[in-house]
Design a protein around this ligand. Structure first.
Ligand SMILES: C[S@@+](CC[C@H](N)C(=O)[O-])C[C@H]1O[C@@H](n2cnc3c(N)ncnc32)[C@H](O)[C@@H]1O
Length: 641
């Protein structure tokens, strides 16, 4: 507190709203209009309209569901600042400086009705605002100030400084450093997340100097951020060194990948992005979704199954579904201790008719029922309170899916792990098994996503793979436990079991990946090519280097994994080269999704593969190698006709 003056600062009203006010909390405070008022003056001045005071948050408290900020002013005078926002958390933190507009003095402090009247600033900003030594009529000095702020990552203040230069030069009709200041200001805007505004500033630069390469590159980055890879690509290709400069090459690759991704009709990436960028992702946000073509009918396999009544292209999102029931965290997963689970389901059935209806629609181990009977049966059971636990147990046994429960990514990259769990997903439970399925599914937390893995014909049955056939015995036992006959075509693996031996190494990798909590645990495999490591070192932050060195996905291994998975899953998800709907990144996502299915390292893997992919593709560009070949080797889709 030592260098804070013993005043309360009041700032008179501003004539114009600051341009960035809606998005950034920091208001534009015209330094020249600041007026220092001491406490006495403030206390006497009852009419505080259109004035501001500046205070610091000392403590945050709750009283009668109203949040109070205990603040102090510069004289260490305590004030209760009442924010009349019932049951609402405000964003301020201890030690934040607040600028309070229109404060109303009351006995115990300041009373604020509208939280819009409070703006938080940090101490640095405050001090900078207090610093009036800058000569505002010296553009060079202002620009230098901007540069200093930029270095300190105080983009907001840097923005202000560059703006002053621009304003000054406009007023004086000079153009000495305007081009640079627009360019630098664009960078501030970019950092502050005002991408379109940055594009506008860069347009100013390019009007002044169409050859400004820095501006061209920056604008391309903006377009990439705005998910406009075509314009980004055009700009980058206009640069004279776009075939030799590594940075530009990599950016061009990113454009290409994004163009491919955006042309796909299933947007898995943004779905994933949605959930990694949230503060705390809530799966609740998604509504259940079921493709309109899906209907339930009698299946040739026995019992009922799901069918589509129109042709469905590969990559179509078919189902997004919350579990109708899931095992609670404290409930054990052991086969013999599930009575409480079944009892809970029974209670839920008595209490919730819709749930009961769904439940009794599920296969219960007896294949000889009709939906009509089921309906009568469940109504009878509910009415007479005779829903027997054995039946529920059976329903659960034949229909439950295991999933790795709820990983929550927070903004600061923390991952909260919870346990593995099981649950019932209504739609998926109606799908029969095949070794050559036409859909695949995965979980985002407990949210089930089902996507078509092939083009599905009209009236074709939807089939899913219940168990990955990694081991013949296990696979067959699993089918047996599901009452699935082993002699039908749909479940036979033929001679492919022989491939097992050959791919032992890959199996170990997959297993390691699956059981590791983080990529840092994966120390067994290292990248063999020192040149690649060097390239990565130059190009990417330590984080990636660590990952890359510790996991085994060099070219060779990716290729082998792809080969292996193609065979083992009979091309279900991994025939990258036959995936017309999906762009290369999506193919990789699918690859990752299964290899690390539901595991906590999914996101890291995504980053990792994406980066390595770009890097290697870029390398090929530089060496004038056939990049399409390389992509194919990497497991990306082969683009050749
Ligand atoms: C989750 S249910 C699937 C829907 C079920 N067919 C129904 O009528 O509601 C699982 C049961 O379906 C039957 N099933 C699934 N796939 C099968 C297949 N390929 N051949 C024969 N029966 C199958 C088995 O009885 C299995 O236990």
């Amino acid at each position: 507190m030592a260098d804070i003056p013993a005043h309360v600062l009041a700032i008179q009203s501003q004539k114009n709203d600051p341009p960035l006010q809606q998005i950034e909390k920091t208001p534009k405070l015209p330094i020249q209009e600041m007026k220092l008022i001491d406490v006495e003056e403030l206390m006497e001045n009852k009419n505080m309209n259109n004035q501001y005071i500046v205070v610091q948050v000392y403590q945050i408290d709750w009283k009668n569901s109203t949040q109070y900020l205990i603040v102090r002013d510069f004289n260490e005078i305590w004030l209760n600042l009442t924010i009349l926002q019932q049951n609402r958390l405000c964003n301020y933190q201890i030690n934040d400086w607040l600028i309070v507009k229109n404060p109303k003095l009351i006995e115990f402090g300041i009373f604020i009705q509208d939280s819009q009247d409070v703006v938080a600033i940090n101490q640095f900003t405050y001090q900078a605002l207090m610093n009036s030594e800058i000569d505002q009529t010296d553009p060079a000095q202002l620009k230098e100030t901007g540069n200093q702020y930029f270095k300190l990552q105080q983009y907001r203040l840097a923005y202000e400084a560059y703006s002053m230069v621009i304003k000054y030069e406009h007023a004086n009709k000079t153009n000495l450093i305007q081009e640079q200041c627009y360019n630098n200001r664009a960078q501030c805007l970019f950092q502050l997340g005002y991408i379109q505004e940055a594009v506008n500033d860069l347009n100013q630069v390019l009007q002044l100097n169409p050859q400004n390469e820095k501006a061209i590159q920056r604008q391309a980055l903006c377009y990439l951020k705005l998910q406009n890879p075509n314009d980004a690509k055009k700009l980058l290709e206009s640069l004279p060194n776009h075939k030799t400069d590594k940075d530009i090459v990599f950016k061009l690759v990113e454009c290409e990948l994004m163009i491919k991704h955006l042309s796909g009709n299933f947007d898995l990436i943004s779905l994933l992005n949605q959930y990694v960028n949230q503060d705390e992702f809530s799966f609740e946000k998604f509504n259940n979704f079921k493709h309109k073509s899906i209907e339930r009918k009698k299946s040739n396999l026995g019992g009922l199954g799901l069918f589509v009544n129109q042709p469905i292209p590969k990559g179509t999102l078919l189902v997004v579904e919350h579990p109708m029931h899931k095992i609670k965290q404290n409930q054990t997963l052991g086969m013999h201790q599930r009575d409480d689970v079944y009892e809970e389901i029974r209670q839920q059935a008595f209490n919730n008719k819709q749930f009961a209806e769904q439940l009794f629609n599920l296969y219960d181990g007896t294949n000889n029922y009709s939906l009509k009977h089921v309906k009568q049966d469940f109504e009878y059971q509910l009415q007479n309170y005779v829903v027997d636990l054995l039946r529920i147990e059976s329903i659960f046994r034949y229909n439950a899916h295991a999933f790795q429960l709820l990983k929550v990514f927070t903004k600061n990259k923390q991952i909260k792990y919870l346990d593995q769990s099981e649950g019932l997903w209504f739609t998926l439970s109606q799908v029969n098994h095949s070794l050559t399925p036409n859909i695949f599914y995965y979980f985002l937390g407990e949210l089930l996503i089902v996507v078509s893995a092939k083009n599905i014909e009209k009236d074709e049955e939807i089939l899913v793979q219940y168990h990955p056939p990694l081991n013949q015995k296990e696979y067959q036992n699993n089918l047996k436990s599901h009452n699935i006959p082993l002699d039908q075509k749909l479940v036979q693996q033929n001679q492919l079991w022989k491939m097992d031996e050959q791919f032992n190494e890959i199996k170990t990798i997959i297993k390691t990946v699956k059981t590791s909590k983080s990529l840092n645990d994966l120390t067994t495999y290292t990248l063999s090519n020192p040149n690649v490591i060097q390239q990565i070192k130059e190009k990417y932050p330590i984080k990636y280097l660590k990952i890359i060195q510790q996991v085994s996905f060099d070219l060779f291994q990716v290729k082998k994994i792809k080969e292996y998975l193609d065979l083992k899953f009979q091309g279900l998800v991994f025939q990258f080269d036959q995936y017309p709907q999906c762009s290369t990144i999506q193919d990789f996502f699918m690859f990752l999704t299964v290899v690390s299915q539901g595991s906590d390292i999914e996101k890291e893997m995504v980053n990792f593969i994406f980066r390595v992919g770009i890097l290697m593709f870029g390398e090929a560009f530089l060496k004038n190698q056939n990049s399409e070949d390389l992509l194919f080797q990497l497991g990306f889709k082969q683009i050749k006709k």
